[in-house]
Ligand binder design. Structure first.
Ligand SMILES: Nc1ncnc2c1ncn2[C@@H]1O[C@H](COP(=O)(O)OP(=O)(O)OP(=O)(O)O)[C@@H](O)[C@H]1O
Length: 949
């Protein structure tokens, strides 16, 4: 929420509560000058620096000469003002020559050329800078000693200031920044040896010192807006960055010593290096750390914490360092999550959940809870896991955008809330079993370590505001800061009494800010407090705020004792909130679980693929079988047709084979059977025999014999001559046809019966085909599962052999049929010959046929009539025989032509090999038992030979 700018006349009397001011423990030295004019230090204001809230017309501004050309040479800076009086030009010196150059290209400025020595804020409004003969251009404001184990690498005692020469050699880090191998942005401070960790003990360091060293208090003096000189009204102030000393402030003032004092020329990079860098690295090693900026509104808290694009502040530099540390620590893995909240009017808002407009009303109320492991924490709070500095900076920038700001008397864009960035660092050894102990970081292998870095930009204290909204905000801000001040004061009292400040009786709950800061203030965390002041405050309230800030900083330095310990390593498998909070471990477990799932899925997939392949194979097999079935069906149809055809032929032959004397039965064409061996079985019966065997019927089924006639077409029905079959059966049959009318009826009946028989036969064949297919299928699938081909299976081989045999049998049967055909032809010829003989013999009454050729009883007429009728009948019969022979010849010719039959050398016909192949598909037809085949074959061969002869 951006609030409208509110201009307020300078010099309004302060209003609102101010923190109580316990007597500072620092010595008071300087006299308060009656007329302190503002003097200003050079300000290297970055281009994107915020503009002051309102110009102060009362201030005389004098842009300070701060060009690079001024660097390196002592100079006296004279502002636009004339010094009011020479006696107020006090002894202060400032190494103006060491003022930093403006940052170039957005990179962090080198602080090697930063100001050092003392800075005298001259009452005359000018700054006299004298180069300290002993001191180089380096600042001496921090790092008293690099060989102490504390956060400061030195005693936290503000007054234990070492000789500047020593500090220059040892304590002050090289200000140059360089890029690491990975291109990371690191400072010289990263190369500091951690004595405590390297040696593994800190025997020589007293506990108190260490505890004190875990709290850093720094004061940063903000340059006057627009480079104006410090007004003289507030007395002379001496800022000695090298000694960490600020002294002055008139009779209210005194000498205040801190861990770091940053003069107006110090850049953010320098501030970070001295005040926060070490703490940040400690956080990466497992300590909790809190950095907060405290000070009056407009003094540069946000500037120090956030910085600008050209001069990044503590937060972006900490982020850079966090990722540098991660890169430099390959043996550990890290997980970072960040949250960002603000306390506005004593309410907590999640800045990462807020839209840029700051839709706070829609948010769930965020409360503070306390947990033995986590300490005090806000919930529910959005946490974002970040993987890169850019990502982290973007998240924070989003929060910044949502933060409430408004215009105050001293700051056009004043933060109206306390903002807390929390970066939770989870880390663990990459190879827990490896045992590679990192000496530099001192991190032992184990579980997950969780530490928190809190970066807090407090809202500025403000005494008065005209605007109601500002007043409300100011009241809340002041109340929380007052509580903070109270706690700090009480901490020092408690410490003085009991020796430790466990905070049992401290009013942490009086404000959300102090509640949130409780773990840090109670000693669980490393603490760095950055107090910002503006020495050239034109108003009483400003100078009083400055004094308050200085006193607060002093109290904090003396009161807060930190016993921060490295966070214990937690294992995600363990219960409890702490365990469940360890995201790194949880993620690792999740990854493991997911990996397991993935493996299972891969297995399942493989199984499914196998199944699919099997199914595919089965489908293919089925398709093959269907093809085979079709082939078999075709073959069956062909066979059926052939049987029908042969039956037709048999009927023809039978009808033609009957003569009036019965000397030539239907089988008479087979001369041996019909004339010489009437008692023997006819070919028809032989054929039927095999057919019946195939049916599984007993041989004694006359109907089946007749079935041979069934397929004959009514038109093709031939009249039987008066004759009988050579056996009883045949006689009976003949009897049926003896009468013309009856014979038609009988023929129909016989045909129907035959048809039934044939159908039954066909269905039997179909059944067997089906059975054969099924058994073949099951065998094939068994073969496929066992990985063997069907042909390799002994069952399959046996089956094939069986089928082969059946095929052979079928072939033989077909041969039988062919031979029968040949025999029929031969019989027809024989009968013709016999007929010629009959023609020469006179007909006698005895010879009269009982039936005519049509099968009708002959009428008893005169002899002449009878003779003539007999001749006619004979003539008819001969014609019909000729017709039959012709038809047979034509059929055979057709067959030969079409390749279904092959003519032998002696005129015999046989089935060609190719045609036989078709019958191979009948391999599954089981039960066609050619038991009589050899005999028939021999008979037929004989007949065929005779016929061809
Ligand atoms: N060290 C500095 N060098 C240059 N400019 C500074 C410095 N400190 C502060 N400023 C400028 O002063 C103005 C106010 O600073 P900033 O907003 O950081 O103050 P603040 O303490 O955060 O105020 P508030 O409490 O009202 O938020 C900004 O324009 C900022 O750029």
């Amino acid at each position: 929420m951006s609030l409208s700018q509110h201009a307020r006349p300078v010099g309004d009397p302060p209003a609102g509560p101010i923190p109580p001011l316990p007597a500072p423990k620092t010595r008071k030295s300087l006299l308060v000058p009656a007329d302190v004019s503002r003097s200003t230090s050079p300000s290297n204001l970055p281009s994107k620096m915020r503009t002051p809230s309102s110009p102060r017309p009362s201030l005389s501004r004098s842009p300070l000469s701060n060009s690079a050309s001024n660097l390196g040479s002592p100079r006296s800076i004279s502002g636009g003002r004339t010094p009011s009086s020479p006696e107020k030009s006090l002894r202060r010196t400032v190494s103006i020559a060491a003022f930093p150059q403006p940052p170039k290209g957005g990179s962090r400025p080198s602080t090697s050329s930063s100001a050092s020595g003392t800075q005298n804020v001259h009452s005359s409004g000018s700054i006299k800078a004298k180069r300290d003969s002993r001191v180089s251009v380096r600042t001496t404001s921090s790092h008293r000693s690099s060989k102490t184990p504390s956060l400061l690498n030195g005693a936290g005692e503000g007054k234990s200031i070492l000789n500047s020469e020593v500090r220059d050699q040892e304590g002050s880090p090289s200000q140059s920044r360089n890029s690491s191998a990975q291109g990371s942005y690191s400072t010289s401070a990263t190369t500091f040896d951690d004595v405590e960790d390297a040696t593994g003990h800190s025997k020589s360091i007293s506990k108190t010192k260490e505890a004190k060293g875990n709290v850093i208090v720094s004061v940063r003096v903000r340059p006057e807006p627009g480079g104006a000189e410090t007004p003289r009204a507030n007395g002379d102030w001496v800022v000695d960055g090298r000694r960490g000393l600020i002294s002055g402030g008139g009779k209210e003032g005194g000498d205040y010593t801190y861990d770091n004092v940053f003069s107006t020329q110090e850049h953010n990079a320098k501030v970070y290096d001295s005040a926060a860098k070490r703490l940040v690295r400690r956080v990466m090693e497992g300590y909790h750390g809190t950095v907060f900026a405290y000070g009056m509104t407009g003094t540069g808290k946000t500037f120090s914490m956030q910085g600008t694009a050209t001069s990044p502040g503590v937060i972006p530099l900490a982020i850079t360092d966090i990722f540098s540390f991660i890169r430099e620590t390959p043996h550990r893995e890290f997980l970072l999550r960040v949250s960002y909240l603000e306390i506005y009017n004593e309410k907590i808002h999640d800045l990462l959940s807020l839209s840029s407009g700051g839709a706070a009303s829609q948010q769930e109320e965020i409360k503070l809870r306390e947990d033995s492991k986590r300490g005090v924490y806000a919930t529910p709070l959005r946490e974002e896991i970040v993987q890169s500095p850019t990502q982290l900076l973007r998240v924070i920038a989003r929060g910044d955008h949502a933060r409430r700001t408004g215009s105050t008397q001293f700051n056009a864009r004043s933060s109206r809330s306390h903002a807390v960035v929390q970066i939770v660092v989870e880390s663990r050894e990459r190879a827990p079993a490896g045992g590679a102990h990192d000496r530099r970081s001192g991190i032992a292998p184990g579980g997950v370590r969780v530490s928190t870095l809190s970066l807090i930009d407090l809202a500025g204290s403000e005494r008065a505001a005209d605007d109601k909204e500002r007043r409300t905000e100011g009241a809340h801000i002041n109340k929380s800061l007052l509580t903070l001040g109270t706690i700090i004061s009480k901490l020092s009292e408690t410490k003085d009494k009991s020796g430790d400040g466990d905070g049992r009786h401290l009013p942490f709950r009086d404000s959300k800010l102090t509640r949130l800061l409780q773990p840090a203030l109670s000693g669980n965390s490393l603490v760095s407090i950055l107090c910002t002041i503006q020495l050239g405050g034109a108003t009483n309230s400003q100078s009083s705020e400055t004094m308050n800030t200085l006193k607060f900083a002093s109290r904090a330095k003396n009161s807060i004792v930190s016993h921060a310990k490295r966070a214990e390593e937690a294992f995600g498998g363990g219960g409890g909130d702490a365990g469940s909070r360890v995201l790194l471990e949880r993620y690792r477990m999740e990854i493991q679980a997911l990996r397991g799932q993935l493996e299972n899925q891969t297995k399942e997939q493989a199984e499914n693929t196998l199944k699919l392949e099997e199914e595919q194979f089965e489908k293919e097999t089925q398709a093959r079988h269907e093809e085979q079935m079709l082939e078999m069906q075709l073959a069956r149809t062909a066979l059926k047709e052939r049987i029908e055809h042969l039956n037709r032929l048999i009927l023809c032959s039978k009808s033609t084979g009957v003569n009036s004397h019965g000397s030539m039965s239907v089988l008479g064409r087979f001369s041996r059977l019909s004339t010489t061996d009437l008692g023997s079985r006819s070919l028809r019966s032989s054929a039927s025999q095999s057919t019946l065997a195939a049916y599984g019927h007993p041989l004694s089924r006359p109907a089946s014999f007749l079935s041979a006639h069934s397929s004959i077409e009514p038109s093709g029905t031939l009249p039987l001559s008066n004759g009988s079959f050579g056996n009883e059966e045949e006689d009976d049959v003949m009897g049926e046809f003896a009468d013309g009318n009856a014979s038609a009826q009988a023929q129909i009946t016989a045909l129907q019966a035959d048809l039934t028989d044939k159908n039954r036969y066909i269905s039997t064949l179909e059944r067997r085909l089906l059975q054969a297919r099924r058994s073949s299928q099951s065998r094939m699938s068994v073969g496929a599962k066992s990985g063997n081909s069907v042909s390799e299976s002994p069952d399959a081989t046996a089956l094939l052999r069986e089928k082969d045999m059946e095929i052979n049998e079928l072939r033989l049967q077909l041969d039988d049929k062919d031979r029968m055909l040949a025999a029929l032809r031969s019989a027809a010829r024989h009968r013709d010959l016999a007929h010629i003989t009959t023609d020469t013999r006179p007909l006698s009454t005895n010879d009269k046929p009982d039936i005519n050729i049509d099968g009708c009883p002959l009428k008893s007429d005169s002899d002449g009539d009878l003779a003539s009728k007999g001749r006619e009948a004979e003539e008819k019969r001969r014609r019909s025989m000729d017709d039959v022979s012709r038809i047979l010849d034509e059929m055979i010719h057709d067959r030969v032509k079409s390749g279904h039959l092959v003519k032998g050398s002696r005129g015999s016909v046989r089935i060609p090999t190719e045609s036989r192949r078709a019958s191979e598909s009948m391999m599954n037809v089981q039960g066609l038992n050619p038991s009589s085949t050899p005999r028939i074959q021999s008979q037929m061969e004989t007949e065929t030979d005779q016929a061809s002869a």
